[in-house]
Design a protein around this ligand. Sequence first.
Ligand code: ZN
Length: 276
Amino acid sequence: MTPLLPALSAFLLTLSLAAPAAALDPTQLPPQSRSVVQEPARGAHQPPVPRAAKLLEPALHLPKSQTPGVLRVALTFDACMGEVDQRILSVLLSERIPATIFVTARWLRRNPQTLALFKAHPELFELENHGENHVPAVDQPMQIYGIAAAGSPQAVEQEVAGGASAMQAAGVDRPHWFRGATAKYDVSAMMQIRAMGFRIAGYSVNGDGGSLLGAALSEKHIANARDGDVVLAHINQPTHAAGEGVARGILALKRRGATFVRLSDVPDLSDETLTH
Ligand SMILES: [Zn+2]
């Protein structure tokens, strides 16, 4: 007699959000955003299906300043695909604000002029690795915000190494930081990425909700950043309202007296606590 096993076709993953204050606004996300993992029905004659990985969305903070009143913030921008948001880029250039830009190979191919501009201003822009094809760095098959994850260690390696190779082929220094598409990982993929020589770039303020927030909320999130925050926003969506708010939020932060740093400007910045 076959024991009755529940034929689960799907179950929900519990997301571990390390940056709760910065969580994405679920109303702005596609309906697939609950990270439902599809599993085949389990029968008595099939091998057990491994449990799906728990996803982590790691946080990253700069060390707090020891001096009262200092407001040190790292602005990080993802350039996933698409083009460049001149509303944000023009503020960074005209205000001489340094930033870390996470680029994909896809974005690099499509934006040679902006890449040349970034390379012409090494005092402002640090370029880091956002992967080859904007595939989430998760080594089990699943959908995250409607995007298919890499799905295997080999595909994670391809995404990470392919992104770095494209950067070096484009004349950019070898990256030291990696931020995967969706900024979510499973623990084994995080260990793999670190073993490849990259640190994993979390964040502490979700500035623009994946570029889907309105301008006012994006402005507020960024303008209210605190000392030690690592802000995540997008610089590749010139048609989205969020970018206007991101630009205004950066200006507001500057008026508050913020000191802006890139990740490479902070030698004691560590991602070591991310997997705990
Ligand atoms: Zn992205």
